[in-house]
Design a protein around this ligand. Structure first.
Ligand SMILES: Cc1cc2nc3c(=O)[nH]c(=O)nc-3n(C[C@H](O)[C@H](O)[C@H](O)COP(=O)(O)OP(=O)(O)OC[C@H]3O[C@@H](n4cnc5c(N)ncnc54)[C@H](O)[C@@H]3O)c2cc1C
Length: 350
């Protein structure tokens, strides 16, 4: 009997778990490592406001039919997300058309700033948004937590091991040999390693440290528990042209039955330029802006708030693919900067 090929995978974002799952199902012995103590990466559901396992991020599944079909194929129940819209300088418009326009403007801004990798990636998103503008948006009935928990179940059923609280400090690749992932206390070995745009560590190939330009950024999410007479009337809002807010999701439904009647939960993601620490006056400003944009009723009573920062170290698409090529197939790289964009039919290298 031949021994199964072994693979280490860094990070537990839905995309990394999908690709790890494709390998495990194809017979690879997969170990998924993550330094966090919950799965999901930027799609994780950390405990906030005393609520654990409640979706606290502001997420959107792009309206791409093949992506929806693949999530449904994993057993995730998706529902039409019709209560979503865009706000352009305070004016409300349909999300499906404005999404293509929005991506085009961001792509042009990236081109003007000389950020060619971002330009290529965002133009691709603009084209895809335009092509699929007739497809409605969908979202998991139980929130993105459902995607993560389903993927964990399927990975375990396929024999993969998920190990949390393992921070990889260096990845050593031998082109004629295997891969070693080193943490402060131990090391893991395999024949291949799966890395993503934001799930990686310093890499050495045949003893040579690889210089990889990396974009450092971060984002901040604020969670508000409020009470009032009426629900907010939207599910997801993309906010364009606002210096403070990027997007907002009403996550009340995902927190039931933990929330008392008449209480609502709203998650707002700030523009990436506002990713620093948040003080009480900063929160007051956000609340004022939410009221001004009518995303929070004037009589809403704020019961409590919390916020979570998410730092990002992104490798550009080209550099990521070049790294994989330089490793002679030892590194399998997945472009993950956007969930639907990074989604492919999870190709299995021979
Ligand atoms: C706040 C936020 C909201 C987003 N919302 C959307 C959205 O709505 N729709 C969309 O399509 N995309 C969204 N994205 C894009 C998102 O980044 C991608 O969908 C995808 O999750 C990226 O996958 P990733 O594995 O590269 O990175 P991440 O999701 O950031 O996950 C990386 C994981 O790897 C782990 N990790 C990293 N380095 C190491 C290491 N050295 N050792 C051990 N573990 C490590 C981290 O702990 C983390 O769990 C969002 C991103 C952010 C930050």
């Amino acid at each position: 009997m031949t021994r199964p090929a072994t693979m280490l995978a860094v990070g537990t974002s839905p995309l990394m778990m999908m690709h790890a799952l494709a390998h495990a199902r194809a017979g690879w012995r997969v170990t998924v490592l993550d330094r966090a103590d919950v799965v999901g990466g930027s799609w994780s559901t950390p405990a906030m406001l005393g609520l654990s396992q409640v979706e606290c991020g502001v997420h959107l599944l792009e309206n791409r039919p093949e992506f929806h079909a693949s999530l449904q194929g994993l057993g995730v129940a998706l529902e039409r997300d019709d209560r979503c819209f865009s706000l352009w300088r305070g004016r409300r418009s349909g999300m499906r058309g404005s999404r293509a326009l929005f991506h085009t403007l961001v792509a042009l801004k990236a081109a003007r700033g000389g950020r060619l990798d971002s330009f290529r990636r965002i133009s691709r998103s603009a084209l895809l948004s335009a092509r699929h503008s007739a497809t409605p948006f969908h979202y998991p009935r139980q929130g993105c937590r459902e995607i993560n928990s389903r993927l964990v179940q399927l990975l375990e059923a396929a024999g993969a091991e998920i190990r949390l609280r393992i921070a990889i400090e260096a990845i050593h690749v031998e082109r004629g040999g295997g891969v070693v992932c080193a943490t402060a206390a131990q090391s893991f070995e395999a024949e291949r390693i799966l890395i993503g745009s934001r799930a990686h560590a310093p890499i050495h190939i045949d003893g040579m440290a690889q210089t990889i330009p990396m974009e450092s950024s971060g984002t901040l999410t604020i969670l508000l528990r409020w009470s009032g007479d009426c629900p907010p009337g939207y599910s997801y809002v993309e906010i364009l042209g606002d210096r403070l807010l990027k997007r907002v999701r009403d996550i009340t439904a995902f927190a039931l039955p933990l929330l008392p009647d008449g209480q609502f939960l709203l998650a707002a993601q700030l523009r990436d330029t506002n990713a620093g620490a948040l003080s009480a006056p900063g929160v007051a400003e956000i609340i004022t802006q939410l009221r001004k944009l009518q995303l929070l009723p004037a009589d809403a009573r704020i019961a409590e708030w919390d916020c979570a920062a998410y730092p990002l170290q992104t490798i550009g698409d080209r550099d990521l693919m070049e790294l994989a090529a330089r490793s002679a197939g030892r590194i399998v790289a997945v472009r993950t900067t956007d969930l639907a964009d990074g989604f492919q039919a999870a190709p299995i290298p021979s």
